[in-house]
Design a protein around this ligand. Structure first.
Ligand code: ADP
Ligand code: TRP
Length: 224
């Protein structure tokens, strides 16, 4: 019998931290035993916030190397870089055209990141969850192992697949039953380690996208 498929990804925005390990990658390593596993370095997501292109190129390779160092085995898992597969952007465009704007405006992570960027917020930042939905739906993933902060994005991916594509465009088989176009993925969130808090600000989650979080990284800014 075919094994269920898992897909997940991390942004190459700096050194991985304990939250990434406990919330996501630890789970990925175990899933290799029982699932068909796809692990992506999501570099197109990393350009939705201010970045330096040379640094991003380095961080993309470093993140892939860290996957291997953490126990992702390229003989058992497909490890790849998002920007090298144009179909991610192509599907994102198709999904954009059926996703209501107000679904995106409600996303907690968008609101948090937008506040930090003032009037420099890009359309890409708002559209981030649609690209993430495309990453997942493109591969017919059954399960998506992530930390707790990604739960809302996963719900959005499910709603897009179910309500905006399958419910509208599915054809019918000979018995008149709908034939879904997209597989509706399940989030896989471990009860322990799903939200590791920041060591410098206990009220927010540990994040490598936060320049205060990872001392020594190229973008580290001491908290004043
Ligand atoms: P970051 O927010 O640190 O830039 P990513 O957005 O690339 O990290 O997240 C990569 C994976 O790690 C995702 O599955 C995410 O849910 C998980 N993750 C990120 N931060 C934490 C945390 N503080 N606790 C638990 N899991 C986390
Ligand atoms: N948005 C995810 C995060 O910040 C990263 C991501 C992008 C992802 N595409 C994905 C995670 C697809 C799982 C599946 O953590």
């Amino acid at each position: 019998m075919a094994r269920a498929r898992v897909l997940s990804g991390v942004q190459p925005t700096g050194a991985l931290h304990l939250g990434n390990w406990l919330g996501a990658i630890r789970n990925w390593v175990d899933l290799q035993e029982s699932h068909d596993t796809f692990f992506c370095v999501v570099d197109l997501h990393a350009i939705t916030v201010p970045h330096r292109p040379e640094q991003l190129a380095d961080d993309t390779l470093t993140t892939a190397a860290l996957y291997l160092a953490c126990g992702i085995d390229p003989a058992r898992s497909t490890v790849f870089v998002q920007s090298q597969v144009p179909a991610h952007c192509e599907l994102a465009w198709l999904l954009n055209c059926v996703t209501p704007l107000n679904w995106l405006e409600r996303m907690i992570q968008f609101k948090e990141k937008a506040v930090k960027q003032g009037d420099q917020v890009s359309v890409g930042l708002l559209d981030y969850p649609v690209l993430m939905a495309a990453d997942i739906l493109l591969y017919d993933a059954d399960r998506v192992p992530v930390g707790e902060d990604q739960k809302q994005h996963l719900e959005l991916a499910r709603d897009i697949a179910q309500q905006r594509i399958n419910a509208r465009f599915a054809s019918r088989d000979a018995a008149g039953e709908p034939v879904p176009i997209l597989k509706v993925p399940e989030p896989l969130i471990l009860p322990e380690g799903a939200r590791v808090m920041s060591l410098t600000d206990g009220s927010s989650k540990m994040s490598k996208s936060d320049p205060h979080e990872v001392p020594g990284s190229a973008c580290w800014i001491p908290r004043s």
